[in-house]
Design a binder for this molecule. Sequence first.
Ligand code: GLN
Length: 492
Amino acid sequence: MDAVRLPAYEVKQMLVKGNLDPEDYVASVYDRIKRLEDKVNAYITIRSMEEVVREVKTVVEKEREKPGRYPLAGLLVAVKDNIHVRGLPTTCGSLMLRNYVAPYDAHVVELIRRNGGVVIGKTNMDEFAMGSTGETSAFGPTRNPWNYEHVPGGSSSGSAAALAAGFALLALGSDTGGSIRLPAAWTGTYGLKPTYGLVSRYGLVAYADSLEQIGPMARSMLDLSLLFDVIARHDVRDSTYYRKGAVETFAEARQGFEEGGNGLKVAVVEDFEGLVSRQSWNAVEKAASLLQRSGVDVATTRLGQEIVEYSLPAYYVIAMAEASSNLARYDGIVYGPKNPPESGEGWMSYYARIRSTYFGREVKMRILVGSWILSAGYREQYYMRALKVRRLVREKIRKLTAVFDALLMPAQVDYAPRLGEVVDDPIKMYALDLATVIANLAGVPAITIPVELTGTTPLGIQLVGKELSEPALVKLGSSLERETGITGVTAP
Ligand code: GLN
Protein backbone atom coordinates (compact mmCIF):
# COMPACT_ATOMS: atom_id res chain seq x y z
CA MET A 1 0.00 0.00 0.00
CA ASP A 2 1.57 3.23 -1.16
CA ALA A 3 0.25 5.61 1.50
CA VAL A 4 1.87 8.65 -0.10
CA ARG A 5 -0.55 8.36 -3.00
CA LEU A 6 -3.63 8.71 -0.83
CA PRO A 7 -5.35 11.84 0.40
CA ALA A 8 -4.27 12.70 3.95
CA TYR A 9 -7.69 12.17 5.51
CA GLU A 10 -7.70 8.55 4.32
CA VAL A 11 -4.23 7.96 5.69
CA LYS A 12 -5.33 9.28 9.06
CA GLN A 13 -8.32 6.94 9.14
CA MET A 14 -6.22 3.95 8.15
CA LEU A 15 -3.65 4.72 10.84
CA VAL A 16 -6.28 5.03 13.54
CA LYS A 17 -8.21 1.94 12.48
CA GLY A 18 -5.00 -0.06 12.40
CA ASN A 19 -5.10 -0.69 8.64
CA LEU A 20 -1.80 1.08 8.15
CA ASP A 21 1.25 0.50 10.29
CA PRO A 22 2.76 3.81 11.46
CA GLU A 23 6.29 2.52 10.88
CA ASP A 24 5.57 1.29 7.34
CA TYR A 25 3.83 4.51 6.49
CA VAL A 26 6.59 6.79 7.72
CA ALA A 27 9.18 4.52 6.11
CA SER A 28 7.40 4.74 2.75
CA VAL A 29 7.56 8.53 2.86
CA TYR A 30 11.24 8.56 3.87
CA ASP A 31 11.93 6.03 1.20
CA ARG A 32 10.61 8.35 -1.48
CA ILE A 33 12.61 11.19 0.00
CA LYS A 34 15.74 9.07 -0.12
CA ARG A 35 15.13 8.15 -3.74
CA LEU A 36 14.10 11.53 -5.13
CA GLU A 37 15.20 14.36 -2.87
CA ASP A 38 18.62 14.73 -4.52
CA LYS A 39 16.78 15.76 -7.65
CA VAL A 40 13.84 17.67 -6.16
CA ASN A 41 15.57 19.57 -3.31
CA ALA A 42 12.27 20.21 -1.54
CA TYR A 43 13.63 20.31 2.01
CA ILE A 44 16.19 22.43 3.80
CA THR A 45 15.83 20.44 7.04
CA ILE A 46 14.44 16.92 7.44
CA ARG A 47 13.79 15.46 10.88
CA SER A 48 15.09 12.05 11.80
CA MET A 49 12.82 9.18 10.88
CA GLU A 50 13.04 7.64 14.36
CA GLU A 51 11.80 10.81 16.02
CA VAL A 52 8.97 11.16 13.53
CA VAL A 53 7.88 7.52 13.89
CA ARG A 54 7.79 7.94 17.65
CA GLU A 55 5.58 11.01 17.44
CA VAL A 56 3.24 9.43 14.92
CA LYS A 57 2.79 6.35 17.10
CA THR A 58 2.08 8.41 20.20
CA VAL A 59 -0.51 10.60 18.59
CA VAL A 60 -2.26 7.73 16.80
CA GLU A 61 -2.56 6.00 20.18
CA LYS A 62 -4.05 9.14 21.70
CA GLU A 63 -6.57 9.49 18.89
CA ARG A 64 -7.68 5.90 19.44
CA GLU A 65 -8.35 6.73 23.09
CA LYS A 66 -10.26 9.91 22.30
CA PRO A 67 -11.65 9.59 18.77
CA GLY A 68 -12.02 12.91 16.98
CA ARG A 69 -9.77 14.80 19.36
CA TYR A 70 -6.84 14.82 16.88
CA PRO A 71 -8.11 15.53 13.36
CA LEU A 72 -4.57 15.48 11.93
CA ALA A 73 -3.45 12.39 13.88
CA GLY A 74 -0.23 11.07 12.42
CA LEU A 75 -0.24 13.25 9.30
CA LEU A 76 3.20 14.39 8.16
CA VAL A 77 3.27 18.13 7.56
CA ALA A 78 5.97 19.97 5.60
CA VAL A 79 6.49 23.52 6.87
CA LYS A 80 7.89 26.38 4.78
CA ASP A 81 11.19 27.55 6.17
CA ASN A 82 9.98 31.01 7.13
CA ILE A 83 7.62 29.58 9.77
CA HIS A 84 9.07 28.75 13.18
CA VAL A 85 9.17 25.19 14.46
CA ARG A 86 10.87 25.19 17.84
CA GLY A 87 14.29 23.60 17.82
CA LEU A 88 14.62 23.46 14.04
CA PRO A 89 16.43 26.05 11.90
CA THR A 90 14.37 28.79 10.25
CA THR A 91 16.60 29.81 7.37
CA CYS A 92 14.10 31.62 5.11
CA GLY A 93 16.19 30.19 2.28
CA SER A 94 18.92 32.69 3.16
CA LEU A 95 22.58 32.46 4.18
CA MET A 96 21.77 35.28 6.58
CA LEU A 97 19.79 32.87 8.79
CA ARG A 98 21.69 29.69 8.04
CA ASN A 99 22.49 29.15 11.72
CA TYR A 100 19.31 30.52 13.22
CA VAL A 101 17.32 28.04 15.33
CA ALA A 102 13.70 28.88 16.11
CA PRO A 103 13.20 29.49 19.83
CA TYR A 104 9.43 28.93 19.71
CA ASP A 105 6.60 27.45 17.62
CA ALA A 106 4.59 29.66 15.29
CA HIS A 107 0.90 29.79 16.23
CA VAL A 108 0.02 27.60 13.24
CA VAL A 109 2.62 25.02 14.28
CA GLU A 110 1.25 24.92 17.83
CA LEU A 111 -2.19 24.30 16.35
CA ILE A 112 -0.96 21.57 14.02
CA ARG A 113 0.75 19.77 16.92
CA ARG A 114 -2.24 20.17 19.20
CA ASN A 115 -4.38 18.55 16.50
CA GLY A 116 -2.10 15.58 16.02
CA GLY A 117 -0.04 16.69 13.00
CA VAL A 118 3.66 15.81 12.93
CA VAL A 119 6.18 18.16 11.32
CA ILE A 120 8.47 16.19 9.00
CA GLY A 121 10.72 19.01 7.87
CA LYS A 122 11.25 22.57 6.70
CA THR A 123 10.87 23.30 3.03
CA ASN A 124 13.02 25.14 0.53
CA MET A 125 11.84 28.56 -0.59
CA ASP A 126 12.85 31.70 -2.42
CA GLU A 127 15.07 33.79 -0.17
CA PHE A 128 12.81 35.60 2.34
CA ALA A 129 9.87 34.55 0.10
CA MET A 130 10.99 36.91 -2.66
CA GLY A 131 10.54 35.14 -5.94
CA SER A 132 8.09 33.21 -8.08
CA THR A 133 10.17 30.20 -9.10
CA GLY A 134 12.00 28.91 -6.02
CA GLU A 135 15.33 29.79 -7.59
CA THR A 136 16.41 32.67 -5.35
CA SER A 137 17.00 30.24 -2.46
CA ALA A 138 20.56 30.17 -1.13
CA PHE A 139 20.10 26.40 -0.81
CA GLY A 140 19.75 25.76 -4.53
CA PRO A 141 16.62 25.63 -6.66
CA THR A 142 13.78 23.17 -6.15
CA ARG A 143 12.79 21.21 -9.24
CA ASN A 144 9.27 20.39 -10.36
CA PRO A 145 8.56 16.70 -9.63
CA TRP A 146 6.36 16.59 -12.76
CA ASN A 147 9.16 17.80 -15.00
CA TYR A 148 12.63 18.21 -13.56
CA GLU A 149 13.75 20.72 -16.20
CA HIS A 150 11.12 23.15 -14.94
CA VAL A 151 10.64 25.07 -11.70
CA PRO A 152 7.80 24.17 -9.31
CA GLY A 153 6.94 27.86 -8.79
CA GLY A 154 7.62 29.93 -5.70
CA SER A 155 8.13 31.14 -3.25
CA SER A 156 6.63 28.11 -1.43
CA SER A 157 8.55 25.92 -3.89
CA GLY A 158 9.57 23.19 -1.47
CA SER A 159 6.13 22.82 0.11
CA ALA A 160 4.48 22.33 -3.29
CA ALA A 161 7.21 20.01 -4.54
CA ALA A 162 7.11 17.98 -1.31
CA LEU A 163 3.40 17.32 -1.83
CA ALA A 164 3.75 16.54 -5.51
CA ALA A 165 6.67 14.18 -4.88
CA GLY A 166 4.90 12.38 -2.02
CA PHE A 167 7.35 13.66 0.61
CA ALA A 168 4.55 14.88 2.93
CA LEU A 169 0.80 14.60 3.37
CA LEU A 170 0.07 18.25 4.05
CA ALA A 171 2.08 21.46 3.82
CA LEU A 172 2.17 25.05 4.96
CA GLY A 173 3.12 27.91 2.69
CA SER A 174 2.98 31.67 2.90
CA ASP A 175 1.48 33.91 0.25
CA THR A 176 2.36 37.59 -0.13
CA GLY A 177 1.63 37.87 -3.83
CA GLY A 178 0.91 34.32 -4.94
CA SER A 179 3.54 32.17 -3.25
CA ILE A 180 1.10 29.46 -2.24
CA ARG A 181 -1.08 29.56 -5.33
CA LEU A 182 1.49 29.68 -8.10
CA PRO A 183 3.49 26.64 -6.95
CA ALA A 184 0.27 24.77 -6.15
CA ALA A 185 -0.95 25.37 -9.71
CA TRP A 186 2.31 24.19 -11.28
CA THR A 187 2.52 21.02 -9.19
CA GLY A 188 -1.06 19.76 -9.50
CA THR A 189 -1.84 20.50 -5.85
CA TYR A 190 -4.39 22.61 -3.98
CA GLY A 191 -3.47 25.88 -2.25
CA LEU A 192 -5.39 28.49 -0.31
CA LYS A 193 -4.46 32.04 0.56
CA PRO A 194 -6.88 32.83 3.38
CA THR A 195 -8.66 36.13 4.04
CA TYR A 196 -6.17 38.66 5.41
CA GLY A 197 -6.10 38.30 9.18
CA LEU A 198 -7.68 34.87 9.40
CA VAL A 199 -4.53 32.90 10.14
CA SER A 200 -2.12 34.23 12.74
CA ARG A 201 1.25 35.41 11.43
CA TYR A 202 2.85 34.92 14.85
CA GLY A 203 6.05 33.01 14.14
CA LEU A 204 6.14 33.84 10.43
CA VAL A 205 9.24 35.78 9.41
CA ALA A 206 7.92 39.01 7.95
CA TYR A 207 8.35 39.98 4.31
CA ALA A 208 5.45 42.38 3.59
CA ASP A 209 3.03 42.31 6.51
CA SER A 210 0.08 44.04 4.94
CA LEU A 211 -0.13 41.47 2.14
CA GLU A 212 0.94 38.11 3.49
CA GLN A 213 -0.84 35.16 5.00
CA ILE A 214 0.12 31.64 5.98
CA GLY A 215 -2.07 29.10 4.23
CA PRO A 216 -2.65 25.37 3.69
CA MET A 217 -1.44 23.28 0.74
CA ALA A 218 -2.63 19.74 0.04
CA ARG A 219 -3.38 17.06 -2.55
CA SER A 220 -7.15 17.13 -2.12
CA MET A 221 -9.87 19.64 -1.26
CA LEU A 222 -10.85 17.84 1.91
CA ASP A 223 -7.24 17.79 3.10
CA LEU A 224 -6.96 21.48 2.33
CA SER A 225 -10.08 22.37 4.31
CA LEU A 226 -9.03 20.07 7.14
CA LEU A 227 -5.69 21.88 7.54
CA PHE A 228 -7.30 25.27 7.02
CA ASP A 229 -9.75 24.62 9.81
CA VAL A 230 -6.93 23.70 12.15
CA ILE A 231 -4.84 26.81 11.50
CA ALA A 232 -7.53 29.48 11.18
CA ARG A 233 -7.86 30.17 14.89
CA HIS A 234 -7.81 33.34 16.91
CA ASP A 235 -4.47 34.44 18.34
CA VAL A 236 -4.03 37.43 20.63
CA ARG A 237 -0.39 37.66 19.54
CA ASP A 238 -1.34 38.80 16.03
CA SER A 239 -2.92 42.23 16.28
CA THR A 240 -4.15 42.04 12.68
CA TYR A 241 -6.27 38.99 13.47
CA TYR A 242 -9.64 39.41 11.80
CA ARG A 243 -11.97 38.75 14.70
CA LYS A 244 -12.58 35.97 17.13
CA GLY A 245 -14.79 33.14 15.92
CA ALA A 246 -14.95 34.38 12.35
CA VAL A 247 -14.36 30.98 10.79
CA GLU A 248 -16.48 27.94 10.37
CA THR A 249 -15.56 24.79 12.21
CA PHE A 250 -14.18 21.87 10.25
CA ALA A 251 -17.49 20.08 10.62
CA GLU A 252 -19.04 22.91 8.65
CA ALA A 253 -16.23 23.16 6.13
CA ARG A 254 -16.58 19.47 5.55
CA GLN A 255 -20.28 19.82 5.12
CA GLY A 256 -19.54 22.45 2.48
CA PHE A 257 -17.25 19.95 0.91
CA GLU A 258 -20.05 17.45 0.64
CA GLU A 259 -22.61 19.99 -0.53
CA GLY A 260 -20.57 21.20 -3.46
CA GLY A 261 -21.09 24.42 -5.35
CA ASN A 262 -24.56 23.69 -6.73
CA GLY A 263 -26.52 26.95 -6.94
CA LEU A 264 -23.54 29.25 -6.35
CA LYS A 265 -22.63 32.00 -8.80
CA VAL A 266 -19.22 32.26 -10.41
CA ALA A 267 -17.98 34.82 -12.94
CA VAL A 268 -15.17 34.19 -15.40
CA VAL A 269 -12.85 37.22 -15.41
CA GLU A 270 -12.47 37.82 -19.12
CA ASP A 271 -9.71 40.44 -18.93
CA PHE A 272 -7.14 37.65 -18.75
CA GLU A 273 -8.02 36.11 -22.07
CA GLY A 274 -5.14 36.98 -24.37
CA LEU A 275 -2.97 38.12 -21.46
CA VAL A 276 -2.19 34.53 -20.47
CA SER A 277 -1.17 31.64 -22.71
CA ARG A 278 -3.77 29.71 -24.64
CA GLN A 279 -3.28 26.64 -22.42
CA SER A 280 -3.71 28.68 -19.31
CA TRP A 281 -6.91 30.22 -20.63
CA ASN A 282 -8.14 26.81 -21.76
CA ALA A 283 -7.83 25.66 -18.15
CA VAL A 284 -10.14 28.50 -17.11
CA GLU A 285 -12.68 27.60 -19.78
CA LYS A 286 -12.53 23.96 -18.87
CA ALA A 287 -13.10 24.78 -15.20
CA ALA A 288 -16.03 27.00 -16.15
CA SER A 289 -17.76 24.24 -18.05
CA LEU A 290 -17.04 21.65 -15.34
CA LEU A 291 -18.51 23.96 -12.72
CA GLN A 292 -21.52 24.57 -14.89
CA ARG A 293 -21.99 20.84 -15.23
CA SER A 294 -22.14 20.51 -11.47
CA GLY A 295 -24.92 23.07 -11.13
CA VAL A 296 -22.90 26.25 -10.64
CA ASP A 297 -24.30 29.35 -12.29
CA VAL A 298 -21.45 30.61 -14.52
CA ALA A 299 -21.41 34.16 -15.93
CA THR A 300 -18.67 36.49 -17.19
CA THR A 301 -17.31 39.76 -15.86
CA ARG A 302 -14.40 42.19 -16.15
CA LEU A 303 -12.07 43.78 -13.64
CA GLY A 304 -11.19 46.54 -16.06
CA GLN A 305 -7.90 47.35 -17.72
CA GLU A 306 -6.70 49.66 -14.93
CA ILE A 307 -6.99 46.98 -12.27
CA VAL A 308 -5.26 44.34 -14.34
CA GLU A 309 -2.52 46.67 -15.55
CA TYR A 310 -1.68 48.47 -12.28
CA SER A 311 -2.06 45.69 -9.74
CA LEU A 312 1.33 44.20 -10.46
CA PRO A 313 3.36 47.44 -10.18
CA ALA A 314 1.34 48.51 -7.13
CA TYR A 315 1.99 45.16 -5.49
CA TYR A 316 5.75 45.33 -6.09
CA VAL A 317 5.97 48.90 -4.79
CA ILE A 318 4.17 48.02 -1.55
CA ALA A 319 5.96 44.69 -1.10
CA MET A 320 9.41 46.19 -1.61
CA ALA A 321 8.68 49.17 0.64
CA GLU A 322 7.60 46.90 3.49
CA ALA A 323 10.45 44.46 2.84
CA SER A 324 13.10 47.17 3.05
CA SER A 325 11.83 48.08 6.49
CA ASN A 326 11.31 44.50 7.73
CA LEU A 327 14.74 43.34 6.64
CA ALA A 328 16.60 46.16 8.41
CA ARG A 329 16.88 43.90 11.48
CA TYR A 330 19.43 41.57 9.83
CA ASP A 331 22.48 43.39 11.04
CA GLY A 332 24.87 40.68 12.19
CA ILE A 333 24.24 41.65 15.82
CA VAL A 334 20.69 40.72 16.80
CA TYR A 335 20.03 38.57 13.71
CA GLY A 336 22.45 37.20 11.19
CA PRO A 337 25.95 35.77 11.41
CA LYS A 338 27.88 37.30 14.25
CA ASN A 339 31.18 37.87 12.54
CA PRO A 340 33.56 39.91 14.62
CA PRO A 341 34.07 43.40 13.18
CA GLU A 342 37.41 43.94 11.53
CA SER A 343 39.76 46.04 13.62
CA GLY A 344 38.75 49.66 13.53
CA GLU A 345 35.61 48.82 11.53
CA GLY A 346 32.73 51.17 12.26
CA TRP A 347 29.03 50.33 12.51
CA MET A 348 28.14 51.47 8.99
CA SER A 349 30.81 49.41 7.37
CA TYR A 350 30.05 46.32 9.50
CA TYR A 351 26.32 46.56 8.73
CA ALA A 352 27.01 46.98 5.01
CA ARG A 353 29.55 44.15 4.93
CA ILE A 354 27.25 41.65 6.68
CA ARG A 355 24.32 42.56 4.47
CA SER A 356 26.20 42.54 1.21
CA THR A 357 27.79 39.18 2.07
CA TYR A 358 24.81 37.23 3.38
CA PHE A 359 21.84 38.53 1.40
CA GLY A 360 21.33 37.25 -2.15
CA ARG A 361 20.97 39.43 -5.21
CA GLU A 362 17.16 39.56 -5.38
CA VAL A 363 16.85 40.50 -1.71
CA LYS A 364 19.47 43.24 -1.95
CA MET A 365 17.83 44.69 -5.00
CA ARG A 366 14.46 44.82 -3.28
CA ILE A 367 15.89 46.48 -0.17
CA LEU A 368 17.49 49.14 -2.37
CA VAL A 369 14.38 49.74 -4.45
CA GLY A 370 12.16 49.67 -1.35
CA SER A 371 14.28 52.25 0.47
CA TRP A 372 14.33 54.44 -2.58
CA ILE A 373 10.55 54.24 -2.99
CA LEU A 374 10.08 55.41 0.59
CA SER A 375 12.65 58.20 0.45
CA ALA A 376 11.61 61.86 0.65
CA GLY A 377 10.26 63.12 -2.64
CA TYR A 378 9.52 59.69 -4.10
CA ARG A 379 7.06 58.57 -1.47
CA GLU A 380 4.16 60.42 -3.09
CA GLN A 381 5.20 59.42 -6.57
CA TYR A 382 5.30 55.67 -5.90
CA TYR A 383 4.19 54.48 -2.49
CA MET A 384 1.14 56.69 -2.07
CA ARG A 385 0.01 55.96 -5.61
CA ALA A 386 0.38 52.24 -5.03
CA LEU A 387 -1.86 52.56 -1.97
CA LYS A 388 -4.46 54.25 -4.12
CA VAL A 389 -4.36 51.40 -6.61
CA ARG A 390 -4.76 48.99 -3.72
CA ARG A 391 -7.93 50.82 -2.69
CA LEU A 392 -9.29 50.68 -6.23
CA VAL A 393 -8.61 46.94 -6.43
CA ARG A 394 -10.35 46.42 -3.10
CA GLU A 395 -13.40 48.36 -4.15
CA LYS A 396 -13.65 46.58 -7.47
CA ILE A 397 -13.36 43.13 -5.90
CA ARG A 398 -15.87 44.09 -3.23
CA LYS A 399 -18.36 45.20 -5.88
CA LEU A 400 -18.00 42.08 -7.99
CA THR A 401 -18.07 39.65 -5.07
CA ALA A 402 -21.26 41.24 -3.82
CA VAL A 403 -22.86 39.82 -6.96
CA PHE A 404 -20.84 36.63 -7.48
CA ASP A 405 -19.75 34.00 -4.95
CA ALA A 406 -16.38 33.74 -6.65
CA LEU A 407 -14.36 35.09 -9.56
CA LEU A 408 -12.77 32.48 -11.80
CA MET A 409 -9.39 33.44 -13.24
CA PRO A 410 -6.14 31.84 -14.29
CA ALA A 411 -3.69 30.93 -11.54
CA GLN A 412 -0.66 31.21 -13.82
CA VAL A 413 0.19 33.04 -17.03
CA ASP A 414 1.67 29.93 -18.67
CA TYR A 415 3.44 26.63 -17.92
CA ALA A 416 6.18 26.85 -15.29
CA PRO A 417 9.40 28.21 -16.83
CA ARG A 418 12.55 26.17 -17.22
CA LEU A 419 15.21 26.52 -14.56
CA GLY A 420 17.21 29.65 -15.28
CA GLU A 421 14.70 31.00 -17.79
CA VAL A 422 13.37 34.01 -15.84
CA VAL A 423 15.25 34.30 -12.56
CA ASP A 424 17.79 36.85 -13.82
CA ASP A 425 15.18 39.05 -15.44
CA PRO A 426 13.03 40.77 -12.80
CA ILE A 427 10.48 42.00 -15.32
CA LYS A 428 9.88 38.48 -16.59
CA MET A 429 9.84 36.98 -13.12
CA TYR A 430 7.44 39.57 -11.66
CA ALA A 431 5.11 39.14 -14.64
CA LEU A 432 4.41 35.58 -13.47
CA ASP A 433 2.35 37.04 -10.61
CA LEU A 434 -0.10 38.86 -12.87
CA ALA A 435 -3.20 37.01 -11.70
CA THR A 436 -2.31 36.28 -8.09
CA VAL A 437 -1.40 39.66 -6.54
CA ILE A 438 -4.95 40.97 -6.88
CA ALA A 439 -6.23 38.85 -3.98
CA ASN A 440 -3.37 40.04 -1.73
CA LEU A 441 -4.02 43.69 -2.53
CA ALA A 442 -7.71 43.17 -1.81
CA GLY A 443 -7.13 41.07 1.34
CA VAL A 444 -9.60 38.44 0.13
CA PRO A 445 -9.29 34.63 0.01
CA ALA A 446 -8.19 32.84 -3.14
CA ILE A 447 -7.80 29.17 -3.87
CA THR A 448 -5.99 27.35 -6.67
CA ILE A 449 -7.31 24.08 -8.00
CA PRO A 450 -5.50 21.76 -10.41
CA VAL A 451 -7.19 21.28 -13.76
CA GLU A 452 -4.55 19.89 -16.15
CA LEU A 453 -1.77 17.44 -15.36
CA THR A 454 -0.61 16.32 -18.77
CA GLY A 455 1.12 19.37 -20.29
CA THR A 456 4.69 20.62 -19.83
CA THR A 457 3.78 21.12 -16.16
CA PRO A 458 0.40 20.96 -14.42
CA LEU A 459 -1.92 23.98 -14.68
CA GLY A 460 -4.52 25.26 -12.27
CA ILE A 461 -7.21 27.87 -11.99
CA GLN A 462 -7.98 30.37 -9.31
CA LEU A 463 -11.19 31.19 -7.47
CA VAL A 464 -11.25 34.53 -5.65
CA GLY A 465 -14.01 35.33 -3.15
CA LYS A 466 -14.98 38.04 -0.71
CA GLU A 467 -13.61 38.30 2.83
CA LEU A 468 -14.41 35.20 4.91
CA SER A 469 -15.89 33.36 1.94
CA GLU A 470 -13.60 30.34 2.36
CA PRO A 471 -16.59 28.00 2.88
CA ALA A 472 -17.98 28.98 -0.54
CA LEU A 473 -14.55 28.47 -2.12
CA VAL A 474 -14.40 25.01 -0.52
CA LYS A 475 -17.82 24.14 -1.95
CA LEU A 476 -16.84 25.25 -5.43
CA GLY A 477 -13.44 23.61 -5.17
CA SER A 478 -14.95 20.30 -4.15
CA SER A 479 -17.34 20.38 -7.11
CA LEU A 480 -14.46 21.00 -9.44
CA GLU A 481 -12.37 18.28 -7.80
CA ARG A 482 -15.18 15.80 -8.26
CA GLU A 483 -15.31 16.66 -11.97
CA THR A 484 -11.55 16.58 -12.62
CA GLY A 485 -10.96 13.54 -10.43
CA ILE A 486 -7.64 15.05 -9.36
CA THR A 487 -7.41 13.94 -5.76
CA GLY A 488 -4.48 12.53 -3.82
CA VAL A 489 -2.34 12.68 -6.97
CA THR A 490 1.46 12.70 -6.87
CA ALA A 491 3.86 13.09 -9.79
CA PRO A 492 4.47 9.82 -11.64
N1 GLN B 1 6.48 36.50 -6.36
C1 GLN B 1 6.03 37.47 -5.44
C2 GLN B 1 7.19 38.23 -4.85
O1 GLN B 1 8.28 37.87 -5.14
C3 GLN B 1 5.21 36.85 -4.35
C4 GLN B 1 6.02 36.18 -3.33
C5 GLN B 1 5.20 35.71 -2.16
O2 GLN B 1 3.99 35.55 -2.26
N2 GLN B 1 5.86 35.53 -1.04
O3 GLN B 1 7.04 39.16 -4.13
